[in-house]
Design a protein around this ligand. Structure first.
Ligand code: SAM
Length: 440
């Protein structure tokens, strides 16, 4: 493989010294991390709002334009809005896009509360059989009891009959939030799973399948969040001359629909190589929301997915110019070529993202990436270090690194460190020149 003209920069970024911010982030717990609409829906691998806030505060000012190309549930978007920055968000995951939209759309509480009362009344008074509203779900009866299916169908009917718009989206999120809890899945498992423990609880009558009461509660508690966001949005209007915009602009972080040099700061936490199964985690909700017909197509588009066909890696050579990636590929190849390929493909897709973010960032602006280490097939992957090197080839220099011990993680990334201290890094990558578009 041809050595990179930027190889020195890549090697230079192998050794990383990080400033410790653990004490700074440790103090935020509970309500402080889920204020306003931050907690409106569960989402895997969310970061606490104080992390993007820290980046926004140190690297941008009010009126700037921010981008999160892997926005997930929209934490960066909401923080940008609160701090008077306009923000673009991208995510391949349809449920993430709906959560982010609802999370960042202030709604006037009065009319929404009246709409909620009306909706709940119609649902409770409906005595029709609403089978037609129950979607096709593989193994449907394994996941849901017949009565639950019927009653979810009734709720869905009344939400889907509303006028499309922000209010309807809000109720879709309230609906989505109860689906997992009303399924037969163990509520503690990240990916839906019907466990013997859960079956036992059901037999002992310790689980509730009161569909309408759960939906009612879901609406009422989210109305509190909406009121909070509405209040904040009034403050934002008073404080900033220009009202910050929030726009969800597309699906794929490898192909960004923005003009060259139009962004002042990018902040993100990317996916990991084969770590969180974003599609499986929320498949039940996405079936109910008519977002997917199956899981394969969406999974194939997720960066870091473990899905790969043998035709993709038959002629592929497990080799890279980046020393630490090369080491990882060597260890994984000893186990099997497919795993090595999946990891290589992850970094190659992240390279495409770095190239795109480089293009849309203004000269001298930064890309903050929040990322740690993980393991795959018992091989340690120093993801943050390899990404810093991939970024070097895409025209970024590593300006500063912060690190912090992770608390309150909603995340299931298999970690290397047996001591249970999980550590994440904030890489501050400054755009130095255009990307070279070279192979890894
Ligand atoms: C670590 S999560 C982001 C979580 C986010 N910071 C939050 O607070 O909710 C990474 C996200 O990358 C998204 N993703 C994976 N592949 C993608 C792609 N090709 N384009 C855009 N987003 C993608 C996943 O759907 C997931 O939502």
């Amino acid at each position: 493989m041809r050595p990179s003209s930027n190889g020195d920069a890549a090697e230079h970024q192998e050794s990383i010294e990080a400033q410790d911010l653990s004490a700074e982030f440790r103090k935020y717990i509970g309500r402080q991390v889920s204020y306003a609409t931050h907690g409106i829906h569960r989402y895997p691998a969310k970061f606490i709002p104080q992390i993007p806030r820290f980046c926004l505060k140190s690297l941008s000012e009010a009126g700037d334009v921010v981008l999160d190309p892997f926005m997930g549930s929209g934490t960066t978007l909401l923080e940008s809005y609160i701090m008077g920055r306009s923000c673009y968000g991208i995510d391949i995951h349809p449920l993430a896009r709906l959560i982010a939209k609802v999370k960042t759309t202030p709604l006037e509480p009065g009319p929404l509360e009246r709409e909620a009362e009306e909706l709940i009344r119609k649902i409770r008074e409906d005595d029709e059989v609403n089978d037609a509203w129950i979607p096709e779900i593989p193994n449907r009866d394994h996941w849901f009891r017949p009565k639950v299916l019927q009653e979810l169908g009734t709720i869905k009917k009344h939400i889907w009959e509303m006028r499309p718009g922000p209010q309807q989206d809000f109720f879709k999120i309230c609906f989505s939030s109860v689906i997992r809890r009303l399924s037969n899945s163990d509520s503690d498992s990240l990916i839906p799973e019907v466990t013997s423990f859960r079956r036992k609880l059901d037999q002992q009558g310790k689980t509730s399948f009161d569909v309408f009461a759960k939906f009612d509660n879901s609406v009422r508690s989210r109305l509190v969040d909406v009121r909070d966001l509405w209040k904040i949005s009034r403050d934002v209007m008073d404080r900033y001359r220009e009202r910050p915009r929030v726009d969800i602009i597309g699906r794929d972080a490898r192909d960004i629909d923005l003009e060259d040099s139009s962004v002042d700061l990018a902040v993100t936490s990317p996916p990991y190589a084969s770590a969180v199964h974003y599609v499986s985690v929320h498949k039940l909700e996405m079936f109910w929301l008519d977002m997917i017909k199956g899981t394969a197509d969406l999974d194939a588009e997720i960066i870091g997915s473990a899905r790969a066909y043998s035709s993709e890696y038959r002629d592929w050579h497990p080799k890279s110019r980046i020393r630490s990636l090369n080491e990882v590929l060597g260890q994984l190849t000893e186990k099997d070529r497919k795993s090595a390929y999946v990891v290589w493909k992850y970094f190659d897709q992240m390279r495409m993202n770095f190239n795109e973010v480089n293009r849309v960032l203004a000269r001298g602006s930064s890309y903050c990436m929040i990322v740690g280490e993980n393991t795959f097939r018992r091989v340690r992957i120093p993801t943050y270090r390899i990404l810093a090197q991939v970024a070097a080839d895409s025209g970024f220099e590593l300006k500063t690194t912060y690190m912090y011990d992770v608390i309150n993680r909603h995340l299931d990334i298999p970690r290397w460190n047996d001591s249970r201290i999980e550590r994440d890094y904030i890489l501050v990558l400054r755009r130095r020149k255009s990307a070279q578009n070279e192979a890894l």
